[in-house]
Design a binder for this molecule. Structure first.
Ligand code: FES
Ligand code: FE2
Length: 343
């Protein structure tokens, strides 16, 4: 039995949350903003995400400072969001109140004395990312794995989870669950897991391993999937909440999954799956593979949503037992703890 329980002082949840506010997370799909403002909750803050009339994404508090209406019910007017209740307008870039229809243009309008919280908005891979820090760091540079590849990106539907983002993060490369949770999507994978080489440096974890080809079930149409082929899988997790997994598929090309669970609160997250494919894959393949990957995410959710406790028991609050096949999980936990300790 291996010990996956990190050692040393464990930060309080308040300390963890303060650290989490300094990271960037997805809060919407860019394409959805064309239909109007979207709501999101990040670390218990209710947000509205919208696109200005000239196409810039904005993220602000969702609560109107007049009588507390939900700005997600409002509509975009120029560079501002207009509240659905009495029409007050809040500029997306800085949250300044720029219009109070019942008061004309007098008083506090446009002075900056009246403002809601506004957060930075950054678009990448078809998602809008934000950070809640008062003095936010620049969005992290794309990981080197992505620079090597010319890819087409597709976003899956956001998947809400009833568990902490960290449990979802560690699930993604927990290889021992594949033959059980993903029996119907991935087929009859071997139960025994050979030790996976895992490397950690600070808040980042890498794992590379080869998956042998499998015999597809008789009569299965395998033209638009690669799951029965041999491939090399390279996973790179960056604590707190970003993993990229590159699949180098024998005889086909490279594709990847970006897994970035956005922490809604202490015990909830939303996964915004992103899939990237190089030019070797056909449109039919993309459609089919995205559907399979989404089914895999949903199979995971069924299990993750009922885990107890709903967050990593860093302090040994409950008994857990680990084996060598949990090494990736153990290293991710150490990386996350290091992220929290850096503050
Ligand atoms: S509550 Fe928003 S304008 Fe009144
Ligand atoms: Fe899974």
């Amino acid at each position: 039995m291996a010990d996956s329980q990190p050692q040393g002082d464990i930060p309080t949840y308040e300390e963890m949350e303060a650290a989490l506010r300094r990271a960037w997370y997805p809060v919407a799909r860019s394409a959805d903003l064309a239909e109007g403002p979207r709501s999101a909750t990040l670390l218990d803050e209710d947000l509205v995400v919208f696109e200005t009339e000239d196409g810039h994404p904005c993220v602000t508090s969702a609560r109107c400072l007049h009588r507390g209406a939900d700005l997600t019910q409002g509509c975009v007017r120029g560079d501002a969001i207009q509240c659905a209740y009495h029409g007050w307008r809040w500029r997306g870039e800085d949250g300044v109140c720029v219009g109070i229809p019942s008061a004309g243009t007098e008083g506090v309008v446009g002075t900056g004395k009246l403002r809601i919280a506004a957060y930075p908005a950054h678009e990448r891979w078809g998602l809008v990312w934000t950070c809640l820090a008062e003095d936010p760091p620049d969005p992290p540079a794309p990981p080197p794995e992505l620079e090597e590849l010319e890819l087409t990106y597709r976003c899956g539907d956001p998947i809400p989870h009833d568990c902490s983002f960290a449990l979802q993060m560690e699930n993604v490369r927990d290889v021992a669950h594949f033959p059980f949770v993903h029996r119907s999507t991935l087929g009859g994978l071997p139960h025994e897991v050979s030790p996976i080489p895992v490397r950690r440096e600070g808040t980042e974890v890498w794992a590379t391993y080869d998956i042998p080809a499998q015999q597809p079930p008789e009569g299965e149409d395998t033209a638009n999937t690669d799951i029965y082929r041999a491939y090399r899988l390279r996973a790179h997790a960056m604590a707190p909440a970003f993993t990229v997994i590159v699949f180098e598929v024998e005889g086909m090309g490279s594709r990847l999954i970006i897994n970035a669970p956005s922490p809604v609160g202490r015990y909830e997250c939303v996964v915004y799956p992103v899939f990237g494919f190089d030019g070797a894959f056909t449109e039919e393949f993309l459609d089919s593979q995205v559907a399979i990957e989404m089914a895999i995410f949903l199979e995971d959710r069924d299990v993750l949503d009922r885990l107890k406790p709903k967050e990593i028991p860093f302090g040994g609050e409950v008994v857990e037992t680990s084996t060598a096949s949990d090494r990736y999980t153990g290293e991710y936990r150490k990386a996350l703890l290091e992220f929290y300790r850096q503050g």
